[in-house]
Every structure is written in structure tokens, then in C-alpha cells.
Design a protein around this ligand. Structure first.
Ligand SMILES: *[C@@H]1O[C@H](CO)[C@@H](O)[C@H](O)[C@H]1NC(C)=O
Ligand SMILES: *[C@@H]1O[C@H](CO)[C@@H](O)[C@H](O)[C@H]1NC(C)=O
Ligand SMILES: *[C@@H]1O[C@H](CO)[C@@H](O)[C@H](O)[C@H]1NC(C)=O
Ligand SMILES: *[C@@H]1O[C@H](CO)[C@@H](O)[C@H](O)[C@H]1NC(C)=O
Length: 228
């Protein structure tokens, strides 16, 4: 029966629920938490009963709209993986998850966090490649992926990141030629230490052709050397 009185209370009640409900960014963080293995219970204050996640451990919000601005959870002994849900945090500027025990892939959806300026994922067990559309993160200043188990080629799109001023891909298993243009021509060998199958000018290691000859020889002798 929806008498006027009942309707009134239904409206009051649903308005109340609305005002108490956790923000969408808060719900997204709970999705991220769900894919992590928080053995030390460091995220125990991430609870659905809050209105927003702005006081949660490791979280900083933008002042006006209370969207999530930073995730700072280094040295938390977090296992598990980074959920693709992270792509929904469209106002995220800093992601610091270094020195944990994260496994799995760096989700492609991270490229939807178009305000990202700093990404610190050093010293985890992340696998797979660098998302190829990482070049979409045009505001990126800092990218530290060192000391993981990442593989594959270094995506050329990194060269488009004109604001990039710190890059560290050291101690992984990257391979192939380091693209040498744009931002990627600025970083030297100390950005690539310990990736034995990388080659290129930045690390003073010529790439070989399939015949075993250096692909880039200084002069026209390359034709002779290749027996042409
Ligand atoms: C979480 O980590 C603990 C300790 O490393 C491990 O024993 C447990 O199996 C992990 N749980 C899951 C669901 O991976
Ligand atoms: C991201 O980059 C890919 C390829 O680099 C491009 O196709 C896509 O349109 C870009 N997305 C956005 C939102 O800029
Ligand atoms: C980087 O290259 C320079 C030579 O240009 C060399 O002196 C230095 O030892 C190299 N550093 C590393 C970490 O390989
Ligand atoms: C990158 O990380 C490696 C290993 O952690 C470190 O030795 C190197 O100095 C770092 N490079 C830069 C440019 O900071």
C-alpha cells in the first residue's frame, strides 16, 4: 500500500541511504582491495560503511570533489594483483605500490588514469609487458618499474611522454631494441640496468640482426659486411 505517508517515509529513507552510501571511487578501491592479499591487515580501515575513502590508509583525495588523488601503499607486504578496476580512478595522480609482493600484470586499464603523474611499482613480482598504450598518460613524470619480472619490448609510445623526467626499467627481463626517440632518447644506461636482452644506443649496445651482425653500423661497410 502506498499511502502518502508511506511514500514520504520511502523518500526519506532512500535519501538517507544515498547520503550515507560510499562514493564510486570508494567502491572502486574496495574492488582493488578484493584482488590484493592484505596479509598484515593494513587496509582494515577500508570499509564500505564510510561515506568516502578520503581518510583510508594510503588514500589522499582531491579537495573539492573528493575523488581519489593518490594511492600510497609502499612496504605494506601486499600480495595479489592490481585489478583492472584501477582504470575507473580517472583522477588518480600518484600510484605508489613499491616494495610489496604484487604478482600478475600491469593492467592495460591503467592507461585510463589520464591524470597520472607518478607511478611507483618498483620491487614487486609483476609479470607481462608494459601496457602498449602507456603513451596515453601524457602527464606522466615518473615511471619506476624496476626490480620486477617484466618481459617484452619497450613500447615506442613511451617516447611520446614529453613530461617524463624519471624512468627506471632496471632489473627486469625486457628485450629488443630500446626505441630511440622523444622522451626515450633522454634516458641513459642507468634506466635499463640488468636487462640482458635489451640493446640500443642508450645502453651502448648495438642490436644484432638475425645473421648476428650489428644492425646499425657506422658507414656503408655494413653492406659489405652483410655480403651484399
Ligand atoms: C595470501 O598470502 C599468504 C601469505 O603469503 C598466503 O599463505 C595465502 O595463500 C595468500 N592467499 C591468497 C588468496 O593468495
Ligand atoms: C590510447 O592510446 C591508444 C593507442 O596508443 C589509442 O588508440 C587510444 O585512442 C588512446 N585512448 C585515449 C583515451 O586517448
Ligand atoms: C653507463 O655508461 C657509462 C659510459 O657511458 C659507464 O661509465 C657506466 O659505468 C655505465 N653504467 C652502468 C650502470 O652500466
Ligand atoms: C634504477 O634502479 C636500479 C636498481 O634498483 C638502480 O641501481 C639504478 O640506480 C636506478 N636508476 C636510476 C636512474 O635511478
Amino acid at each position: 500500500m502506498s499511502t502518502p505517508t508511506n511514500l514520504f517515509w520511502i523518500c526519506v529513507f532512500s535519501a538517507l541511504l544515498q547520503s550515507l552510501a560510499l562514493t564510486q571511487d570508494g567502491l572502486t578501491l574496495l574492488e582493488l582491495k578484493h584482488s590484493l592479499n592484505d596479509t598484515k591487515n593494513g587496509l582494515s580501515d577500508w570499509v564500505i560503511s564510510d561515506e568516502n575513502p578520503c581518510q583510508w590508509t594510503g588514500i589522499t583525495c582531491h579537495q573539492g570533489d573528493q575523488r581519489v588523488q593518490e594511492i600510497n601503499l609502499p612496504y605494506m607486504e601486499l600480495g595479489g594483483g592490481i585489478s583492472p578496476s584501477i582504470g575507473k580512478l580517472s583522477r588518480l595522480q600518484r600510484l605508489a605500490l613499491h616494495q610489496n609482493r604484487l604478482h600478475g600484470l600491469i593492467p592495460n586499464d591503467i592507461s585510463k588514469c589520464v591524470e597520472l603523474r607518478a607511478v611507483y611499482l618498483r620491487a614487486n613480482y609483476l609479470q607481462g609487458g608494459i601496457p602498449s598504450n602507456i603513451g596515453n598518460l601524457t602527464l606522466l613524470n615518473i615511471l619506476d618499474l624496476s626490480s620486477n619480472t617484466l618481459t617484452g619490448a619497450i613500447p615506442a609510445s613511451l617516447g611520446h611522454l614529453i613530461h617524463l623526467k624519471y624512468l627506471n626499467l632496471s632489473t627486469n627481463f625486457f628485450s629488443g631494441e630500446i626505441p630511440n626517440f622523444g622522451a626515450l632518447s633522454r634516458f641513459k644506461n642507468d634506466s635499463y640496468i640488468g636487462n640482458l636482452d635489451l640493446c640500443g644506443q642508450q645502453i651502448h649496445k648495438p642490436c644484432k640482426t638475425s645473421l648476428g651482425f650489428p644492425a646499425v653500423l657506422p658507414h656503408a661497410e655494413s653492406d659489405e659486411a652483410a655480403g651484399k
